[in-house]
Design a protein around this ligand. Structure first.
Ligand code: MN
Length: 248
């Protein structure tokens, strides 16, 4: 496991209290934090818990919240930890800790909120989950028994569908109207095209392609089956991580 590098002791107190600085940087962080009997995530959770119990929600607490997040404590886990600790350390201590944790985890919380854009999130797209990498949501907007099928599809960050082809004997294909977030559309053998709200993508029948969200953003589009006859969808291989990771 990588050693924890810490210079706060020497930076702050190197001249005034060199022994304290050395113990802080070299022993506490260099040896104790770097000992891999407990992993960094566990150490972060223990440290945050102890500081809350002592009512120490100062700048060092903020440092430990930030490093807890870096060490893999998710927003959900931090919320569960502070809720648990509230019963033992005291309600006001937990409140103070939550107030400090909120800005540290703010952007993660925003990312975690499912979004659906203008036409709503709908339900988890379980029926088609096998053709998607990551979670997607489907909100049918029309009844396909009665008319052309139109649905709002929402992709969580990193989610995309597999390569696929909309086949048709005549006409056909698919039209995407992007309503929220940021994502990608790519045709086989071509550069991926970045998608933003207001973009309209016309996918001809027979063209192998995929669509999905950007790594760091939700994306919603309304999908239409274009008019035609003899239509069917052919699902192919997933978009590999190597292909997808090349996109920003
Ligand atoms: Mn498609």
């Amino acid at each position: 496991m990588a050693k924890v590098q810490q210079t706060a002791g020497r930076d702050t107190l190197g001249n005034f209290a060199p022994m304290f600085a050395e113990l802080n940087d070299d022993v506490l962080f260099g040896e104790v934090w770097s000992d891999d009997t407990l992993d960094l995530k566990t150490r972060s959770m223990l440290t945050v818990t102890t500081l809350v119990a002592k009512g120490l929600v100062d700048s060092s607490f903020e440092y430990h919240l930030t490093s807890a997040r870096q060490n893999g404590v998710s927003a959900q886990e931090m919320a569960a930890l502070l809720t648990h600790v509230a019963f033992y350390a005291g309600w006001p201590n937990a409140w103070a800790a939550f107030r400090m944790a909120l800005p540290v985890y703010g952007d993660e919380l925003e990312d975690a909120q499912p979004r659906g854009g203008l036409f709503g999130l709908g339900q988890p797209n379980d029926a088609y989950a096998q053709y998607f990498t990551g979670r997607s949501y489907l909100n049918p907007l029309t009844d396909p028994e009665k008319t052309q099928f139109v649905a709002n599809v929402t992709f969580e960050p990193g989610c995309r569908n597999s390569w696929h082809i909309h086949h048709a004997e005549e006409g056909g294909g698919q039209i995407l109207l992007v309503t929220d977030g940021r994502g990608w559309y790519q045709e086989w053998g071509r550069e991926a095209q970045e998608l933003h709200p207001g973009d309209c993508v016309t996918i001809p029948a027979g063209v192998k392609h995929w669509h999905g969200a950007a790594k760091d953003s939700w994306m919603s589009h309304v999908a239409f089956e274009a008019c035609g006859s003899g239509m069917s969808n052919e699902w192919l291989e997933p978009v590999s991580d190597e292909e997808y990771d090349r996109l920003d």
